[in-house]
Design a protein around this ligand. Structure first.
Ligand SMILES: [Zn+2]
Ligand SMILES: [Zn+2]
Length: 366
């Protein structure tokens, strides 16, 4: 079928809306009419060549839409269902066998390779391949093809155009808290970097009853939104280098949980130094390969845990509907961090995302 998609023709080139051909679904695949798609830094990293994936390419991995067509073996979905498209996994590697899908050993290839697992391409222009299958979805198009198991059915009374970000930034932040940390009511938590991931973590921390919830950032507008979404205390990091002490002024002895979304070694170290004995610091930010951080050994010895978390360690088919319930109940007001753009303004959305003007850009596509 013919679709319109945002194509990047070469490294760091602008997105261009083009008419492309999308192949038919295989038995276990579905075609989704994309209603809206969030934009995440990973899309722009793809555009800019971070993953050595081929061009021309179509990105987008926070798609929400309506099932348009299903393959012959699809049972869980039917045309007309509302879905959020989540991250891919292989299903057979040692981690997938233990349902640790976020740590699928083939995950990176499935996300970044531009093709299905078997190397076949999904889109073409005048017969020439266009590499898509980004996170096995490429949601920057009017229609997207994905596997049945990656398309999560969601309730129809939820605001579909706002749900795409739950697929990546939403479940990354909220899952780090609700799945990985699992705090008790009254546990202290500090979030370093309150962009879309950090704010999602913050809303989850409020749901979990964390207190205090400390938000650290360098952008005043983000800190203001963090306060609105439940931060009990905010710290402006700009021009300061002893932020761990500031956190300890709010939470004497340190916090039980700290979260870093900045991926900057200096900030990550401050997040670790803000911990109380026995506390846990979770790293969510993606730093370039080769980035190191130093930790004082006696400090770590006091039961402190430092660990990374990917995709919120969520099982998308369970966790995304749970987050949607929170959205409908008004407990996870994701709309407050979203700035909507028309599909044709995708380059403006990319610019305003990189410039920190838009916390979570969402493209209205169809
Ligand atoms: Zn796997
Ligand atoms: Zn993402």
């Amino acid at each position: 079928m013919q679709i319109t998609a945002a194509v990047v023709r070469e490294r760091s080139a602008p997105f261009i809306l083009e008419k492309l051909d999308l192949c038919d679904p295989r038995p276990d695949e579905v075609i989704v009419r994309v209603v809206a798609s969030g934009m995440c830094q990973t899309d722009l990293h793809g555009r800019d060549g971070y993953f050595a994936s081929p061009y021309p390419a179509v990105y987008g991995h926070e798609g929400a839409g309506v099932v348009h067509a299903v393959g012959s073996a699809v049972r869980a979905l039917a045309p007309g269902d509302h879905v959020v498209m989540s991250f891919p996994w292989c299903g057979t590697c040692p981690n997938c066998q233990q349902r640790k899908y976020c740590y699928c050993v083939h995950g990176r290839r499935l996300k970044m390779h531009g093709t299905r697992a078997d190397g076949s391409t999904l889109m073409a222009k005048d017969g020439a391949p266009v590499y898509s299958a980004f996170f096995q979805q490429s949601s920057f198009g009017t229609y997207a093809l994905t596997q049945e198991r990656y398309a999560v059915k969601v309730r129809k009374d939820a605001p579909l155009e706002a749900l795409g970000p739950l697929a990546c930034s939403g479940q990354t932040g909220a899952g780090a808290v609700l799945n990985a940390m699992q705090p008790q009511p009254g546990d202290s938590l500090a979030i370093f970097g309150v962009g879309a991931v950090g704010l999602s973590a913050l809303m989850a921390a409020k749901i979990a009853g964390c207190d205090p919830i400390v938000a650290v950032d360098v952008h005043a507008h983000r800190l203001a939104l963090a306060r609105e979404l439940g931060a009990t205390d905010v710290i402006d990091h700009s021009g300061r280098d002893k932020v761990a002490e500031d956190v300890r002024a709010v939470a004497p002895g340190g916090v039980r949980y700290a979260l870093d979304t900045s991926a900057q070694p200096g900030v990550f170290r401050e997040a670790i130094e803000a911990l109380m004995p026995g506390g846990t610091c979770v790293l969510l930010g993606s730093a370039p390969p080769g980035t190191d951080v130093a930790i004082e050994m006696p400090f770590l010895q006091q039961g402190r845990i430092v660990r990374g978390v990917v995709q919120g360690e969520s099982l998308p088919n369970d966790f995304i509907p749970r987050l949607v319930d929170f959205v409908v109940a008004g407990k996870f007001p994701i709309q407050k961090m979203i700035k909507f753009y028309d599909f044709g303004d995708i380059n403006l959305a990319a610019h305003e995302s990189s410039a920190g003007i838009a916390i979570k850009p969402v493209l209205r596509i169809g």
